[in-house]
Design a protein. Structure first.
Length: 139
């Protein structure tokens, strides 16, 4: 049909997302997930976005120090039911959200933008505007 309006998350969504992020980081930090895809990988939970009905949560993760994101996300998807059960024992919610894991590629994107700014042709264009006179109201 038509496009849905994107609303800003409510305070409840933000609080639940932050609590989920802390709990998942604690569980993954203790190494309780026994999956071969997570062996020798330290998982960082960067953000958790909770849906408006609080029934789904998108968990953005990345490996500490870089590395294979897709294999790590697949391993976390296999451990989803275990992680959901652990979250249910820790947080008191009417419904524990379904966990959907995604790789957080925002740091890669920021690195790409940073390298563009360091490109000599872009730096030349950015530096050209610094010598211009600013016309003000004379005061």
């Amino acid at each position: 049909m038509g496009k849905r309006l994107q609303r800003a998350p409510s305070q409840r969504q933000l609080r639940v997302g932050e609590e989920l992020r802390h709990v998942l980081a604690r569980i993954l930090g203790r190494g309780q997930v026994r999956d071969p895809g997570l062996k020798d990988v330290t998982v960082i939970v960067t953000e958790v976005r909770v849906g408006s009905d609080l029934r789904t949560a998108t968990v953005f993760v990345m490996p500490l120090g870089g590395g294979e994101i897709d294999g790590m996300v697949a391993a976390l998807a296999r451990a989803r039911s275990f992680l959901r059960r652990e979250v249910a024992q820790t947080i008191r919610l009417k419904y524990v959200p379904e966990l959907v894991f995604c790789g957080d590629r925002s740091f890669e994107y920021a690195g790409r933008i940073d390298s563009l700014f360091k490109d000599p042709s872009v730096a030349r264009d950015l530096g050209a505007g610094t010598g211009d006179k600013v016309i003000g109201n004379g005061t």
